[in-house]
Design a protein around this ligand. Structure first.
Ligand SMILES: O=C(O)CCC(=O)C(=O)O
Ligand SMILES: [Fe+2]
Length: 398
């Protein structure tokens, strides 16, 4: 068994090692989360007040707001489930963003290749694993995302994921620029536009690196919980009132339409709220299955697959019920870089917010202990404040 997704929201923890985690000093937990083989460069997890102040003082624009606002239409976003914002990142920032993702990937690869017996497992709430990743599993995971085997936690991958020892899971905790983006006023402005509310919360953050030879990602959509994951809605006001999650996919280098690891999507699919059935390995399979005969509940147009092609500096916002998949990446192409930032809103009817999908427990603790800047503490409030989640502890709970 592994630690529950949001241990600070639980009344009681089953395992004494998890209980000990919550009572440990921040500095001991930081030491366990940043093993020496990751290098001694301080990451945002180690930042003191002056480092957070410097982040704010040195901040520059990450988006060209004129370009963003010229392309964003909230009615279309709610109706289609997507907002495709082309070239909104200024050229000088594109380079910084790509370098940040490359640096994050290098740290992820360093962990994959390190000696995991040096990890202080008990401090992370787990007895040391009985087995190790095979050389083949390590080779298959290097240079890409979501590849380390994690069907079970037998080698400790899930534990290292949960605590963001893997840079790919919560890279903002490892790479300063990616933390800048997470808390950036322009990013929060975009979230407020999408979610249609002032109060927005953080849900999860990942690296999505697709290297040459990547096989592609099947069609799927993501749940929001609160009993809102089954059955169609036609009324956009009703859709808006849900505790929606907005997936914000940032592609600093963009991608082309064919075999370049690009995003594909189906406009209007979110309104069916069908994450359990709206899945398929290939375009042909979804066309012959879930998609067949379906029309957009509002426009009446047949639902159809769209293969995006994006210039550098592009961002796609996606309501989490919206179906999406990823094209394969040709062996002769260069890596496609992406960071995902997911944010969410309260349920307008209850004021409650679903617990986050993946806030590393140490970040939740730091927020609760008052060790983070106010903006980040507020973004992370659903990871530690039971009143805000209405007693829910799991992200997709009804
Ligand atoms: O890699 C991408 O562009 C999207 C990945 C995705 O859909 C996911 O990780 O859920
Ligand atoms: Fe996805």
């Amino acid at each position: 068994m592994s630690m529950p997704p949001n241990p600070l929201l639980e009344d009681q923890l089953d395992d004494p090692l998890w209980e000990r985690f919550l009572h440990c000093s921040t500095s001991d937990l930081v030491r366990a989360s940043r093993p020496e083989f990751l290098g001694d460069e301080p990451t945002p997890l180690q930042w003191a007040a002056e480092d957070w102040d410097r982040l704010e003082a040195e901040r520059r624009d990450i988006f060209d707001l004129d370009k963003l606002e010229a392309q964003f239409d909230r009615d279309v976003y709610l109706r289609d489930g997507y907002a495709v914002l082309r070239g909104i990142v200024p050229p000088s920032v594109i380079e910084t963003w790509t370098e940040a993702l490359q640096h994050g990937q290098q740290r992820n690869d360093a962990l994959l290749q390190a000696d995991w017996s040096q990890i202080d497992w008990p401090r992370l709430g787990r007895r040391p694993p009985e087995c190790q990743l095979s050389a083949e599993a390590i080779a298959g995971a290097l240079g890409g995302s979501q590849k380390a085997p994690q069907r079970t936690d037998e080698a400790g991958v899930l534990t290292l994921r949960r605590h963001s020892v893997f840079t790919e899971y919560f890279p903002a905790g490892h790479v300063p620029f990616l933390m800048d983006v997470l808390t950036h006023p322009q990013m929060l402005h975009l979230q407020k536009l999408c979610l249609g509310t002032e109060a927005v919360y953080f849900d999860h953050n990942q690296l999505l690196t697709r290297p040459p030879g990547y096989a592609g990602g099947g069609w799927h959509s993501h749940k929001i919980g609160a009993g809102r994951d089954c059955g169609p809605v036609r009324d956009l006001a009703e859709y808006h009132a849900q505790p929606n999650t907005n997936l914000t996919l940032c592609y600093p280098e963009g991608f082309s339409a064919a075999a370049d690891g690009g995003l594909k999507l189906i406009r209007g699919s979110h309104l069916f709220r069908d994450p359990d059935n709206c899945r398929a390995a290939t375009d042909e399979e979804i066309e012959a299955g879930w998609l067949k005969g379906r029309v957009h509940p509002i426009t009446g147009k047949p639902l159809a697959i769209e293969h995006l092609e994006l210039p550098p500096g592009s961002v796609v916002c996606c309501l989490s019920h919206g179906a999406h998949g990823v094209a394969p990446k040709g062996a002769d192409k260069e890596t496609r870089w992406c960071t995902l930032y997911a944010y969410k809103k309260a349920d307008d009817r209850t004021g409650l917010v679903q617990p986050p999908h993946a806030v590393p427990p140490l970040w939740a603790l730091k927020a609760q202990r008052g060790e983070l800047p106010p903006v980040l503490t507020e973004l992370m409030r659903p990871s530690f404040n039971r009143a805000l989640t209405g007693g829910r502890t799991e992200p997709y709970q009804n």
